[in-house]
Design a protein around this ligand. Structure first.
Ligand code: NAP
Length: 478
């Protein structure tokens, strides 16, 4: 592990473009070697109220072109500093530098698509003289910003989760209070600083970190907050749904995504998708492959090849250029993953590759013969585990896939179009990707799950912009 002599940087929350200083600091530590990456001066309940007041007071309204310019300038600034952002993501989240660099590229795309969308008018026109009850009038629609949105983000994509929430809001002119994860707040604060630098009117964005009881919970319930957009665990998401009161709530929650491999699949493709889907981002993606369902006649050959593939995924120091799998977010999470692996083994599963843990670093792990009722595959296992389950018929694969509480996404590897269509029709998931990982998407396409994975309200730049606005209709005699 590398020695670090750099002095610890102080970071600050911001309200209306101004730093909030306090005597209470929160240390953000590297999951890999526990060094302090930075410390954030914490906000309190009064700061939360002040952030609401500033947003409601508002300021200069931005034209579409001004919103376009600010978002596009942010994109350019991010590209200038993408290596700094990647290093920060990797340091605070333990993600390997390869994954962290990839994340800056995704954030670039979010900014690019959002900037483009601000220039489009999505208004509709309805002529009213089209029925016996009609009149010579026209109804027009236009989207209006909300008064204030609260965005709460998780740790697993410290940059991309944040841009996916605050940028669509800004693109619609909706002011935002951001509450990032306390595990990875530094990247979020760096992004807020970038937006101010790009010329965002300061009333549009505040970022607060502090005790849940003083910041997140009062803001979730706050009557002046019109929308809560939350990405995170099912438990916290359901708590927010129960306490938010009369407001819009967007919930993007956990996943337990299957990759289903049929007997006719291209084996090399299936193995590559299984490994990338299970191990990328240390397996900490809501849409990571969390269960691999393989048809019985190709099961043994598949496991054998997956073991060979998994050996290519070198785990280690996230800063090392040759590392492909960094740590999970903390040691407690790695211990949990180890525990569910042991439980599965007690039920008859076999660790076919990996499984060794050092602190928060868990080797990419292939587990075969996993029974379908093992906790590892019933609940969400957020880490580099590749549990392989055997099935015999398509009916069985569909039933197993639909059997958990989640319904986020899925991947099916097959060369048979009729089978592919059947899975698209019968999987109760927000997404079905044929011959791709469950997580495949572009940043502007609709994204989001059903059941415990979400309420079916989609994110992705275009859908999120709709969420962060409301439709006003007006009619004119015509
Ligand atoms: P988490 O523990 O639920 O935390 C998410 C956020 O909620 C954090 O900012 C956290 O703040 C905040 N929070 C905690 N308690 C709260 C409360 N009572 N009221 C309001 N906010 C509260 O989730 P995580 O462990 O960071 O993230 C991993 C989870 O996110 C996984 O389940 C993953 O599947 C899910 N996820 C889903 C999607 C999707 O699009 N469906 C995408 C990515 C991740 P503190 O950090 O200060 O506690």
């Amino acid at each position: 592990m590398s020695a670090n002599t750099t002095p610890v940087a102080d970071w600050f929350c911001y309200i209306d473009g101004e730093k909030i200083s306090s005597d209470t600091f929160h240390e953000v530590k590297s999951p890999y070697d526990n060094r302090v990456v930075g410390r954030v001066s914490l906000a309190n309940a009064d700061d939360a109220e002040r952030a609401v007041a500033v947003a409601l007071k508002g300021g200069k309204k931005m034209t579409r072109f001004e919103r376009y310019t600010i978002i596009d300038k942010t994109r350019l600034l991010l590209m200038e500093r993408k290596e700094k952002f990647a290093q920060l993501i990797s340091a605070e989240a333990g993600l390997c530098i390869r994954d962290a660099r990839y994340e800056t590229g995704r954030a670039h795309d979010v900014l690019m698509f959002a900037a483009m969308e601000t220039l489009k008018d999505d208004g509709q026109i309805f002529s009213c003289d089209i029925s016996p009850n009609g009149k010579a009038r026209k109804i027009f629609t236009q989207r209006e910003p909300l008064t204030l949105a609260l965005c709460i983000t998780p740790f697993n994509h410290p940059l991309n989760q944040v841009v996916h929430k605050i940028i669509p809001a800004i693109a619609m002119g909706t002011p935002v209070i951001l509450k990032p994860s306390e595990k990875t707040p530094l990247t979020a604060i760096a992004l807020v600083e970038l937006l101010y630098e790009a010329g965002l009117p300061t009333y549009m964005l505040s970022v607060l970190l502090g005790p849940t009881k003083e910041i997140a919970e009062p803001l979730v319930k706050h009557p002046q907050v019109e929308l809560v957009s939350f990405t995170g665990s099912v438990a916290v998401g359901k708590h927010i749904a129960a306490t938010a009161g009369y407001k819009k709530v967007i919930l993007e929650l956990g996943g337990n995504d299957p990759l289903i491999v049929l007997e006719d699949a291209d084996m090399n493709l299936a193995v590559t998708l299984a490994a990338e889907g299970s191990f990328k981002n240390s397996g900490q993606r809501c849409t990571a492959v969390k269960r691999i369902l393989v048809q019985d006649c190709i099961y043994d050959a598949f496991v054998e090849k997956l073991v060979v593939k998994a050996a290519e995924y070198k785990s280690g120091d996230p800063a090392d250029e040759s590392t492909i799998v960094g740590t999970v977010i903390d040691e407690a999470s790695a211990i949990y993953l180890e525990a569910v692996t042991k439980e599965a083994v007690a039920l008859g599963a076999k660790v076919a590759f990996g499984g060794k843990r050092t602190g928060a670093l868990l080797e990419p792990t292939v587990i075969s013969n996993v029974p379908n009722h093992a906790r590892m595959v019933v609940q969400e296992s957020f880490g580099p585990l590749a549990p392989v389950i055997k099935f015999s018929t398509i009916e069985e694969a569909i039933a197993i896939s639909n059997s958990t509480a989640f319904g986020l996404s899925s991947g099916v590897v097959t060369n048979n179009m009729a089978h592919a269509i059947r899975f698209v029709k019968e999987l109760r998931m927000g997404t079905v990707n044929i011959n791709e990982v469950p997580g495949y998407r572009i940043e502007s396409s609709p994204f989001g799950g059903v059941k415990d994975s979400g309420l079916g309200i989609k994110e992705g730049v275009i859908e999120a912009m709709k969420c962060f606005s409301y439709v006003k209709t007006y009619s004119l005699p015509w």
